[in-house]
Design a protein around this ligand. Sequence first.
Ligand code: NIG
Ligand code: FE
Length: 411
Amino acid sequence: MKLIGPFKQIVTLANLPLRGKISDEQLEIIEDGGIIVSHNKIRQIGNFETLQSENPNMEIEKIEGEQIVLPAFTDSHTHICFGGNRANDFAMRNAGKTYLEIAESGGGIWSSVQHTRNASEEELLQTLLQRIDFLLALGITTIEIKSGYGLDVENELKMLRIIKKAQQQTKATLIPTCLSAHLKPRDFGGSNQEYLQYILTEILPKVKEENLAKRVDIFIEKSAFQPEESKVFLLKTKDLGFDITVHADQFTPGSSRIAVEVGAKSADHLEATVDEDIEFLAQSETVATALPGASLGLGEKFTPARKLLDAGAILAIASDWNPGSAPMGNLITQASILATFEKLTTAEVLAGITFRSAFALGLEDRGKLEPGIKADFVTFKTNNFQNVLYNQGSLKADNVYVDGMKINNLL
Ligand code: NIG
Ligand code: FE
């Protein structure tokens, strides 16, 4: 057991609602606070001096200078296991080609599939670990990671096994997701439906057997999988016992409705979601995930986050870090920019990258600073927590704690 502090401000996010809008007045801010950690959990939070006098013999981890502390962040949507790079796609898009045109001409996801298939396991593992370290240094201690650049039994399993290996070498919590339904690979000799059937019979049973992922994702879009075939597939994955998440409404509306209908944990992207589907999402338990990094990478409009919150949806914000549409990877920068364009309160942004994004992954033990919660938090050298988003990602985290222990050698 130890007492960590004093912090100029502890922003607990305690008592904030799971869904809908939040005003900044609802934020609980404890001035000159301390956190008592026991084993890997938060035990007590309060005024530092009071906690110290109540526990005179407790070990103290002293915080020097003025610092604020927030719950550590959860990035609930990434594709950070990949080989190669798509700088050329980025340049082509900026020179006038669209994402879908590049995909149709054999670039896009398919080119990352080839690079990932050709990369050695060691190379994939090392680059994945570097990206995890980049995210950890931002204060992100829970990271969802998708397969989806293998697209056959051998290579999808290779990706998921690498993610499992990475878990043994990092303090971050990694949540793997099987995205074999990212695209029908060009070397698959059959229809979309046959490829989805191949995933169901050849890939998912092995994923289950080796306990490689508990979640399944699909990209529903003109260039990928169509709404009806996707719905059939998702219901079958559900029968196999997987949780569902969907790449929905990125360019074409309609698929967030399917995500809700099949009881998906989250519907992600939603840049093209129409008003009536916003209402539909808002009535559901499906988390609406904005991916501002993809809007910034593609020069597309942002997810209607303000409308989703006003309608009462559970809004998460994630990075979508991937080599194609979202190469940046800095969730703090992206969430701050989303806030300026969509007019989100500080409380809404912080909720979107903490307990709401954790909820999208089925995790309710993190994302707030409260007794009983996993002791993952992030500190910044500043006297005002508003500076974190105000600096749009350029104020670096000072220390990142996982299970109450400081991570050494942050990038
Ligand atoms: O979330 N939209 C589909 N999948 C990814 C992009 C993957 C890629 O382009 O490599 C996304 O944006
Ligand atoms: Fe994605």
